[in-house]
Design a protein around this ligand. Sequence first.
Ligand SMILES: [Zn+2]
Length: 247
Amino acid sequence: MICPLSTGILIFVLGAVFGSFFNVCIYRIPKKKSLISPRSFCPKCQKTIPFYDNIPIISYIILKGKCRFCDESIGLRYPIVELLSSIVFILCFLKFGMHLSLLVYLVLFSICIIISFIDLDTGTIPDVLTIPGIILGISLSLFTKYIPFIKSLIGFVVGAGILLLVTILWKLLFKKEAMGGGDIKLLGMMGAFVGPVYVLFILFTGSLLGVIFGLVTRNRKLRFGPFLSMSLFLILFFGDKLLKLFS
Ligand SMILES: [Zn+2]
């Protein structure tokens, strides 16, 4: 019998290890650099980070957030992404259990974590993540039972279509861009994974979160990617309760 606690710990560690790789993706994908080589190095002193200083979360605490060689500060962002990934992995495990759908949603959330932080940094969402994500979402529906193929396809069309329509209308009315093409593809990708009904809820909740955050912080230049991702999380975890309210 598998002990739930040891499985939980294993998934937490796995989340942190993947989180460490997501950090590499977040840093290197916008710069179009290889994800594999060179190994991680300090951007100031250029020294390769030894494996014992590259343990997710723990190394940051041991090194007190500084490079071992030159004392350059390591961004708090690195352990945050690692911890966030661990938490998301654990919550997905608790929600979906040891099932094939767990793998599907872990892939989806992993892409969304990387996209959210790249969007925060650069204001763009790279096609190299969304387009394979769309293809993956639709093709996984063919091989697994997490969503029927047709629902996945319609989810993609609804997600991407509705934002495309908003963008076109906005441009006609206000002669300004409402959002980037990246957001359109991101919502299309989410639609391919969750289907047409949930994707509409994701758009609604994501927009609402964005508006509230914008009003509270008076920030007018919001990135939509992180809000859509947060919304995806909320809808996947609590959407069934929400749907019951409407039925
Ligand atoms: Zn250094």
